[in-house]
Design a protein around this ligand. Structure first.
Ligand code: SAM
Length: 339
């Protein structure tokens, strides 16, 4: 991986966003969306009602021609775009529930998915119903592609700016992703998928009328969006398919969780719950874990031993190695997909 190219592309994106911000008075992420569209639409800056100025249009168009995109691997492009997204999240003060999934977490999710999928699988349908900027989905996409698995992915989000960033992110990487601007808790026009992966929005879902369609909804008042997302995901999984979700660590400890547990038990198997290192989170309350479920089907069964693990601090290589060995042993004894 060429760090130099990653930085060069980021620097080009960043300069172009700043030029657009200055002239159009837009936020960083809006500028990134505009510049991304320009790059995708033939590396040419567009002008509307004489904005940006002729001079800026010329500067931008020249800058776009110099971007090293053609020589870069998808994963390098994702990393550059991610640097721009990080800068945008900071300068636009993006709220926690809309923040991109950091790489450290994306890689762990990717690792787990690669462990549980069938070793012979050649093609995978993937869905992220809260796709945001597409960073998590494209990390998993690139991981599977490296394993020579053909990926067909879908992403949904109800935030149009984030979805436009996801579109640019995935298009620049040349990924096959269908993106839909929609409330993911309404009916989806999606064929069943092999894997749902998602960093779920946490908190109350405001539309009680939609929530009521779900068994995991609260008997009165608002329901937890993350509970409804898990139920919805199960409905769009193929039999035997996996759901891998980033959830609050306290998921099963609230009084509202009884209905969620019931729906998971009736439609799927809870195969694992892995706690992310506490260093990654500001407080105990904001801690997250990875929930691994498998939809019932002829090839699925409750594992003998649910994978319960504490993921160590990512910087501690020895503990990380030990953790991976633990997952590998669990897989050998409980999943046995290896030939
Ligand atoms: N994994 C994403 C990434 O790498 O950028 C970040 C996901 S972010 C933590 C949660 C996302 O859920 C946000 O993008 C938010 O707009 C989306 N969201 C919240 N409620 C939603 C709903 N009802 N339908 C669809 N998306 C929703």
């Amino acid at each position: 991986m060429s760090q130099k190219e990653i930085e060069r592309l980021f620097s080009g994106l960043d300069t172009s966003v700043q030029l657009l911000q200055k002239e159009l008075g837009v936020s960083y992420l809006e500028g990134l969306s505009e510049t991304g569209e320009n790059i995708i639409d033939g590396k040419k800056a567009t002008q509307e009602n004489k904005y940006p100025s002729d001079q800026t249009v010329k500067m931008l168009t020249e800058l776009y021609q110099e971007l090293p995109l053609d020589n870069m691997e998808p994963e390098e492009i994702r990393k550059s775009f991610q640097l721009a997204l990080l800068k945008g999240a900071k300068s636009d003060q993006v709220q926690a529930n809309h923040q991109m999934t950091p790489d450290a977490i994306g890689f762990i999710l990717s690792y787990l998915i690669e462990k549980v999928i069938d070793i012979d699988i050649k093609k995978i349908r993937l869905l992220d119903p809260a796709v945001g900027t597409g960073n998590l989905l494209s990390t998993i996409y690139n991981g599977l592609t490296l394993k020579e698995i053909e990926v067909e992915a879908e992403g949904i989000d109800n935030d149009d700016l984030l979805l436009s960033l996801a579109l640019i992110n995935t298009e620049l990487q040349g990924q096959r992703v269908k993106l839909t601007h929609q409330d993911a808790l309404t009916d989806l026009l999606i064929d069943p998928v092999d894997i749902v992966v998602s960093d779920l929005p946490v908190g109350f879902y405001p539309i009680d009328k939609n929530a009521k369609r779900f068994k995991a909804s609260a008997p009165e008042g608002h329901s937890y969006a993350h509970h409804l997302f898990i139920e919805q995901s199960i409905y769009y999984l193929k039999n035997n398919g996996y759901g891998v979700f980033l959830v609050p660590t306290q998921l099963f400890e609230t009084k509202e969780s009884a209905a969620l547990t019931k729906i998971i038990q009736s439609e799927a198997y809870l195969q694992g719950m892995l706690h992310l290192p506490k260093e990654l989170f500001k407080s105990e309350k904001s801690r997250k874990s990875i929930l691994l479920i498998q939809k019932k089907g002829d090839k699925a069964k409750q594992v003998k031993q649910v994978l319960l693990a504490q993921i160590p601090d990512f910087k501690n290589q020895t503990s990380m190695h030990h953790f991976m060995q633990e997952v590998e042993n669990w897989k050998q004894e409980n999943i046995k997909n290896e030939k």
